[in-house]
Design a protein around this ligand. Sequence first.
Ligand code: ADP
Ligand code: MG
Length: 618
Amino acid sequence: MAKIAINIATGSLQKEEIIVGIDLGTTNSLVAIIHPDTKQAVALKEHDSSSLLPSVVHFDEHSNIMVGEVAKTMLVQAPERTIFSAKRLMGKSYNDIRDNAGNFSYKIIDDNTESLVKIQVGDKFYSPVDLSSYILKELKHRAEHILKTPVNKAVITVPAYFNDAQRQATRDAGRLAGLDVLRIINEPTAASLAYGIGISREEHKTIAVYDLGGGTFDISILRIAGGIFEVLSTNGDTYLGGDDMDHAIVDHWKKSLNISENEIQKDLSLNQSLRLHAETAKKQLSAEDNYEAALGQYKLKLGKAEFETLIHPLIDKTIQSCKNALKDAALKTTDIDAVVMVGGSTRVPAVKSAVGSFFGKEVNDSVNPDEVVALGAAIQADILAGNNKELLLIDITPLSLGIETAGGLMDVLIPRNTKIPSKASRQYTTQVDAQSGMRISVFQGERDLVQHNRKLAEFNLSGIPGMLAGLPKVEVSFLINADGILTVAAKELRSGVEQSIEIKPQYGLTDNDVEKMLLDSITHAKDDISARALAEARTEGEQLLKTTERFLQKNASLLSQDELLKTAAAMQALQLAVTMEDKDLVQAKTEELNEISRPYAERIMDEAVSGAMKGKSI
Ligand code: ADP
Ligand code: MG
């Protein structure tokens, strides 16, 4: 049913409330809508200007905020007051970005390495959520100016690798900008929609979406069948993009022109000038063979072949991700029907040809790669508005979700690449007698030890009635909704005690203490099987120590002096072993204690049984 509203500003009748699609990019952002007449997705722009709004925020001396092209020109003049690539800081702690901190010319606060980053400009502090909200506000204003109607609802896209904290941060930025964020969707999913719209119900296709933007790289494998878009797998790198090409060029010039770090330190704007020249050079080399410019005393030069050598490792990395994504989807390159190019950096001919030759087919770049994500978001917005009931969307979780179990191990409840919305549950029990509470720590990542994964939240299930260890049945269930937001619930089934939380990791808006944030796990996946084995061996050893102790408390009088001495020695050895890093040693000492205690444990058990039998008349 169409809604009717009155535009108070103009007094005119409005047929339907408009929902816009927004690509909130690391480098560039833009808004798109479905044109009411043509029903086609179009990017909004003012007259002849570009549809792209540079994702740059500048603060003047009086803390006035400027966003976009104006702000971008301030990168050179006032680098410490001009913030770019803030999206890379969304939901991150200083620990997460320490290695890359040198790439930011503004001040990132590092007093507490585990809390979320803040950016200092003058005497004011801004969170990445604040900064993103300024960009969104500018986009909202632009759209309202162009459409001459209020814009209050939006679909916003995020990279497929964004975790829950980052998605939630994006949602909050939207709210701060005065937008009701109806849905957060993955950029590659949006891009596929932009290419997929109008596909007939009979059409069946498997496609790869290759998105190389300014700051992030995503590869997604999608299956489109019967009007349904299904993401089979995703892979990528949140620190790989056109910016890195620019950095490679800057480094190359610094080396070849003998520009020392000292000089850069003295003159921060020199670095920014080099960066801007590098980007210009890169873009020019997408069409021409040479770049030449003068920067003060320096003559900047770059040939196409030279440039391609510089970025070769970067392109290689993306191809490696493509391989991984195919592997996760259990597909071969020959299974891919089409390859879709997304992001400004896919205009580089060497990128196109590398991707084309890897997949063994010509790549698809008919939709403007800068706009394709926003266009897809507009199509999603149209679906949500109920205008396009033909299409349905299935998304997946990019990272595994689970909880911490004994020994600091990660127990995965929802594996990565699971379709969402999704639900999973598993039962756990207590480790000590009369344990009345159970700590549920929720983690995200692919590593075996939770210490290497990212902690999302933690809560206590309390009020479990006193029972022997192993008796309580605590069911932990995970539910991910269509936005990728997770709800975790824990319930003790015998008593009915329950507790649940919606995971809204603490950051930004309320200045709460922030959950411990750990490095993204993807790049380290699967190299710690031995750590898991050690943790398991330790848990087993500790368990045996506990049961032996309990056994001795009850039955010490039934043991010989020799048995007691040997047991004490073996327990001591095992106690020492579990504090060390040697899995084999822990297992050996566990086995030794077992060997010593087994005979008398069996003997005492037999006696107890026959004793019990004696008293019974059958
Ligand atoms: P994001 O999604 O990260 O906001 P975009 O998709 O807007 O990024 O892509 C921005 C990147 O594309 C920048 O690094 C920019 O330099 C690069 N880019 C834009 N046009 C070209 C071009 N013609 N040749 C090479 N790179 C380009
Ligand atoms: Mg993008």
